[in-house]
Structures are given as C-alpha cells and as structure tokens.
Design a protein around this ligand. Structure first.
Ligand code: GRF
Length: 195
C-alpha cells in the first residue's frame, strides 16, 4: 500500500481531506503528518484521525535551513513514505531537500499556476482584475511553485470580492482537487486534469 506523509504549517484542512479520502477509499495509507510549527492546529486533527504526527520547530534553527531540513527529513525517512504531500506547508524547501523526494512530492498552491507563484495569490489576482482564480496541485521541484502540474480547479472572481472571500471560495476547491490529484498520482496517472 502506498505510504503517504503530509507536511502542514497551520489548520491542516487540506491534510484532513487527504487523510479522509485515503481512510475512506483505501487507495493509500496516511503514515505521518508533520509540521514546522509545534502548535499547528492540524497536528491535533491528525492525531484525532489516528495518524502519527511530529513537529520540528523551524524557529529553533534560525538561519540554519539545512539543519531544520535535516531534522525534518529524519522524521520523514523514518516513516518510509512513498509520497510526500505539502498541504499548507509554508516553508520554502532547499534543492537538497527536494532532491530527496523529487518525483514523489506534491504541493497545492492557491492560484492557477503559472500565474502567481509565491505568496498573496488572491490579492494579486484581484489587483490584476482576473475574472477567474483557483488552485493547482503540482509536483515539487527545486524552483518554487514550478513543477509539473497535475490538476487545477477554477472559481469565478465576483464583484466586491475581498482576498478572504476569494481564499474561502478557492479553499473549497482545494479540498476537492487535492484528494483527486493524489488518487491519480498514486495510480500512476500523470495526465493533467481540471475539476
Ligand atoms: C490554503 O489556502 C493552502 O492553499 C495554503 O494554505 C491555506 C491553508 O491550508 N497553502 P490548510 O487549511 O492548512 O490546508
């Protein structure tokens, strides 16, 4: 059974949907949920779902990104994951870390890549006057938010939308997109899809 580890930084709503899908459908096994923040609310949600958790507080490492990542990957390798899913994980990973999991690490990004890599994606879409926004699941490579795209979901931008309004509308689609992208990835299907 494909073993899936998930990294989060906050509430973990995407992680919850991934774990629920795996537990309900059995297409993979959620073996570990980790965070760079020991206080991440998603950690207790994962434990409540019966998934083992860990945290490595990145603040304890200061500028020593390699040191943080060494601790992170040590926990990950212990769980022998076949796939690593970044889900609301807010730390930029170095090429050395990515290399350890390249080809089997996914991320969900709240924009229609290649538009708006990086942060504040919804504000940027609003400022650009876009009629549509959305989210993308992609394979993680060393370049930020730039790996092969697996799938996208789109939402309309509505008159008067705030960034929070748009974020909430996109998040609903993230919760549909990520489980479907993981199902397909685990099945070896790399064809791009749109929800
Ligand atoms: C989501 O919009 C995700 O795309 C972004 O962080 C937000 C919260 O994610 N990276 P989650 O609820 O922690 O999964």
């Amino acid at each position: 059974m494909t073993r899936v580890a998930i990294l989060i930084s906050g509430g973990g709503s995407n992680m919850v949907k991934l774990v629920e899908a795996m537990q309900a459908e059995g297409f993979a096994s959620p073996v570990l949920v980790g965070s760079n923040d020991p206080m991440a609310k998603g950690l207790e949600k994962a434990r409540a779902m019966g998934v083992e958790t860990f945290s490595v507080d990145h603040r304890g490492f200061g500028k020593d990104r390699a040191g943080f990542e060494a601790a992170l990957s040590a926990h990950l390798h212990e769980a022998r994951p076949d796939v690593v899913c970044l889900a609301g994980f807010m730390r930029v990973l170095t090429p050395d870390f990515v290399r350890q999991f390249q080809g089997r690490m996914l991320n969900i990004h709240p924009s229609l890549l290649p538009k708006y890599p990086g942060l504040h994606t919804h504000q940027r879409a609003l400022e650009a006057g876009d009629a549509e926004a959305g989210c993308t699941v992609h394979e993680v490579i060393a370049e930020l938010d730039a790996g092969p795209m697996l799938g996208q979901a789109r939402v309309p931008v509505l008159a008067g939308d705030s960034a929070d309004d748009l974020a909430a509308r996109v998040l609903v689609q993230e919760h549909r997109l990520y489980p479907e992208a993981l199902r397909r990835f685990v099945a070896g299907n790399r064809h791009f899809f749109s929800l």
